[in-house]
Design a protein around this ligand. Structure first.
Ligand SMILES: NC(=O)c1ccc[n+]([C@@H]2O[C@H](COP(=O)([O-])OP(=O)(O)OC[C@H]3O[C@@H](n4cnc5c(N)ncnc54)[C@H](O)[C@@H]3O)[C@@H](O)[C@H]2O)c1
Length: 450
């Protein structure tokens, strides 16, 4: 109660945003009142987390790190405009983040850097005893997946994968329906990352979503690093937005696990065609050979007898969709078409518009915080993922999406690469829990605190 009184007092002083929220539970329970939080990487994503953290009265931003001085200036400006004190600044070189991790004024850290930095930074953060929040995906190779698990076990420090799609309003409503057995016993899922990223992975080096067909050193933001993965790897390099929500629905690593996977890739055309269309056929990048197939389809089998089809599709013109389908013995939800069918309630062989169903099963978190969350980025889910991180870190407890989840979900990347290389040969998932998945109880996602 004392914590709660303090929180309300602080919120009243802050006088913005959260003060308007009903029945706030921040700070209730054991643990710290205020989290001393640092950021490694304040590019587009890190700045989004920073903005949301600045809205919270239970977070003190004590340090930031980025090798790009422009991103540091922008972050400092935001912090100052929010009336908060200036954090310590790092970024003199690519390894300066280690000096940030040595600070005793840092309890927790959010890492939003390019993928090849994720595991090494997360490992170093756990070794330094900092509660670690890591952007998606977590790891690039099976070795890195094991590194995350082993370092977590060696240090006892928690790692949370910051998968925001697990908090999307429709996803949480469907999770609520799953947990209330509306769809019966689960059998089949579809999901993926289907997002036309050509204008992000190729730009003019001045603005992230600008025109242009440059990447690497001549690019800016994600084109600096993400595009190279499409050049070098024929794999699903971004599986967690799709598979994270499904893993929560079928209790992966908590009574269930991913067992094996097969993957197939189409030929690669989208990036080359875009470069020729926007830069001309004589542009040097028109000669680049993109190894990654435009549409990559993986099928995962789970220990409990479900299948999950995961798609990676970022090089072609198409409207955005994560393509969710959740199917059980009594019915199914399909995001594409926004439709639901439940036997005995829906007309036989007919779809219902999903709207009324999703409203009826709206998740308690969205009922409570929905109005406030909506402005937080990505339709509101970014508010909830930060909330879960901050609350878990303040209490120093296991997060909803932990090191084992980070490893199992990210393992899709190297396993899909191996399968594609070997004509769709099945690849076994390592059991990152070393057998503990059998006994581990499902995480309680259906609550209104975080
Ligand atoms: N969850 C989501 O919805 C979502 C959305 C966008 C991006 N992301 C993820 O967030 C991460 C960052 O993406 P982004 O779009 O912000 O990319 P970005 O390129 O805009 O930002 C990355 C930042 O990291 C900095 N950086 C690189 N190496 C560094 C080092 N050694 N030390 C310190 N700083 C370093 C760069 O200077 C840059 O500012 C990626 O993993 C991406 O997949 C997630």
């Amino acid at each position: 109660m004392n914590n709660r009184r303090n929180f309300i007092k602080k919120t009243a002083i802050a006088g913005v945003g959260l003060a308007a929220l009903p029945n706030l539970t921040f700070g209730i329970g054991h643990g710290k009142d205020t989290l001393k939080l640092a950021f490694i990487g304040v590019g587009l994503r890190g700045t989004n987390h920073l903005n949301n953290a600045l809205n919270r009265s239970d977070v003190l931003i004590t340090a930031i790190c980025d090798i790009d001085p422009n991103r540091i200036s922008l972050a400092l400006d935001k912090i100052s405009k929010a009336g908060k004190s200036k954090p310590q600044v790092f970024g003199a070189n690519e390894y300066d983040y280690k000096n940030l991790l040595a600070l005793k004024e840092v309890d927790a850290v959010i890492i939003s850097t390019p993928w090849l930095w994720h595991t090494r930074m997360a490992k170093d953060a756990m070794l330094a005893g900092k509660y670690t929040g890591l952007e998606v995906s977590a790891a690039n190779t099976l070795e890195e997946c094991w590194d995350l698990v082993n370092t977590h076990e060696q240090t006892g420090t928690h790692l949370m994968l910051l998968e925001n799609v697990n908090y999307r309003r429709d996803v949480l409503a469907v999770l609520n329906m799953v947990k209330q057995n509306v769809f019966g016993e689960l059998l089949h899922f579809r999901c993926g990352y289907q997002h036309d990223l050509r204008f992000v992975m190729l730009n003019d080096g001045k603005t992230a979503y600008g025109k242009g067909v440059e990447f690497g050193e001549k690019g800016i933001s994600e084109s600096v690093w993400r595009t190279q993965h499409s050049v070098l790897r024929n794999a699903d390099v971004y599986p967690t937005h799709g598979v994270g929500p499904i893993a929560a629905m079928c209790d992966i690593n908590r009574g269930n696990r991913f067992v094996s996977l097969t993957s197939h890739a189409t030929k690669s055309r989208g990036m080359h065609n875009y470069i020729v269309e926007h830069g001309g056929e004589n542009h040097p990048n028109a000669k680049v050979n993109f190894k990654m197939g435009d549409v990559i389809t993986s099928t995962i089998e789970t220990a409990n007898g479900e299948t999950i089809i995961v798609t990676h599709d970022v090089h072609l013109p198409r409207p955005y969709s994560l393509g969710f389908r959740v199917q059980g013995t009594k019915g199914l939800w399909e995001k594409d078409g926004d439709r639901i069918h439940v036997e005995g309630i829906s007309k036989p062989h007919r779809w219902d518009d999903s709207k009324a169903w999703l409203e009826k099963y709206d998740h308690p978190l969205w009922q409570k915080y929905g109005e406030h969350a909506t402005g937080a980025g990505h339709g509101g889910m970014d508010f909830f993922v930060l909330q879960a991180f901050v609350e878990s870190a303040k209490q120093n407890i296991a997060p909803p999406m932990d090191a084992y989840d980070a490893a199992a979900w990210s393992a899709i990347t190297p396993l899909s690469e191996l399968s594609i290389e070997n004509n769709g040969e099945p690849q076994d998932f390592p059991d990152f829990t070393r057998g503990m998945w059998v006994k581990k109880k499902p995480y309680n996602w259906i609550k209104d605190s975080y």
